[in-house]
Design a protein around this ligand. Structure first.
Ligand SMILES: NC(=O)c1ccc[n+]([C@@H]2O[C@H](COP(=O)([O-])OP(=O)(O)OC[C@H]3O[C@@H](n4cnc5c(N)ncnc54)[C@H](O)[C@@H]3O)[C@@H](O)[C@H]2O)c1
Length: 300
């Protein structure tokens, strides 16, 4: 029996009708959480709707002895999703922002609608869900949030300018919310998963899809959503039975005159030093980030 359990905890998983969200919801339900299975049941491009997507997962969780309710709203109506949790279970302890779609196109072909829709589902949706859940978590002095980002956001990806923007934006939310939630025991982390799903079926061959099981991502989500987890603001890559953590890395850099008495030629002369990762540092907040500049300014 798992030591980590979610008895008496209420979990909201968005986009839980398919793929990764379905796997997370089933795992949380199997480990005792009361689960709100949110999914509008659309296609991968953000069109259509079908309540069966969420209903099937609710039925599965119940058949396995768990508790779950469906919610069919878009994450753009995040307040309604959280209201479902409050009406059914009276609280919210866990939010997994997982709902997602794609509008892949090279930038020169990308319309403003492609840009905006991806922003609305991934970023505005997460904002609206969390905006409604946050006061409840603050009041309860407890919360665990997992935001689903992507390697495309971390590293960039051809044809995914909109998606990369949204996913790294979401991690920006993670890092700042982690700081704002710290005093209320609210931990917020990001995962960049890799798994076979409807989304990746557009870009991966079948043998790879079959090898990358969503169930290999859910255990990390479970840990991050548990009381055991004390980390916050972190970013993890996860898939196929592997989990790793990322952080920022910065070079020692090069110093110039604090009077501004230098030009592009001086930058060119020290370009190697600016990009030399020997003895690199790993700032974790804006205060640490500012230390070298503050030293030159004579303020640190
Ligand atoms: N599969 C991967 O390898 C991978 C890699 C990186 C990131 N991701 C991210 O993981 C998340 C889950 O993706 P997946 O691969 O399981 O895809 P999926 O298509 O199988 O599942 C996504 C679910 O989100 C739902 N959804 C879409 N828009 C919604 C909205 N506005 N409101 C509510 N539900 C909505 C869909 O109906 C669908 O059931 C996404 O955020 C995706 O960007 C996946």
């Amino acid at each position: 029996m798992s030591k980590i359990r979610f008895d008496d905890r209420v979990a909201v998983v968005t986009g839980a009708g398919n793929g990764l969200g379905k796997s997370h919801a089933r795992m949380l339900g199997a480990l005792g959480a009361k689960v709100v299975v949110n999914d509008l049941g659309g296609d991968i491009f953000g069109g259509g709707s079908d309540q069966r997507a969420a209903d099937v997962v609710v039925d599965e969780i119940k058949a396995a002895g768990g508790e779950a309710v469906a919610n069919y709203d878009s994450v753009e109506d995040g307040d309604k999703i959280i209201q479902t949790a409050m009406d059914a279970f009276g609280r919210v302890d866990i939010v997994v922002n997982n709902a997602g779609i794609l509008r892949d196109k090279s930038f020169h072909k990308m319309s403003e609608e492609d840009w905006d829709l991806i922003y609305r589902v991934h970023v505005l949706g997460a904002f609206r869900v969390l905006k409604a859940a946050w006061p409840v978590m603050r009041e309860n002095q407890y919360g665990r949030v997992v935001n689903t980002v992507s390697a495309a956001g971390i590293y960039g990806n051809f044809g995914q300018v909109n998606y990369a923007m949204a996913k790294l934006g979401l991690h920006g939310m993670t890092q700042s919310l982690a700081q704002e939630g710290a005093s209320k025991n609210i931990k917020v982390n990001s995962i960049a998963p890799i798994a076979g799903s409807r989304l990746t079926a557009t870009v991966m061959p079948k043998e790879l899809l079959d090898a990358l099981k969503p169930e290999c991502v859910s255990p990390l989500v479970g840990y991050l959503c548990s009381e055991a987890n004390q980390d916050s603001g972190a970013l993890f890559e996860v898939g196929a039975g592997w989990v790793g953590r990322l952080r920022w890395e910065r070079t020692q850099g090069a110093e110039f005159s604090r009077d501004g008495d230098f030009g592009p030629d001086d930058i060119a002369a020290k370009w190697g030093q600016i990009g030399d990762f020997t003895d690199s540092t790993h700032p974790t907040n804006t205060q640490e980030s500012m230390v070298p500049a503050m030293k030159i300014a004579g303020l640190a």
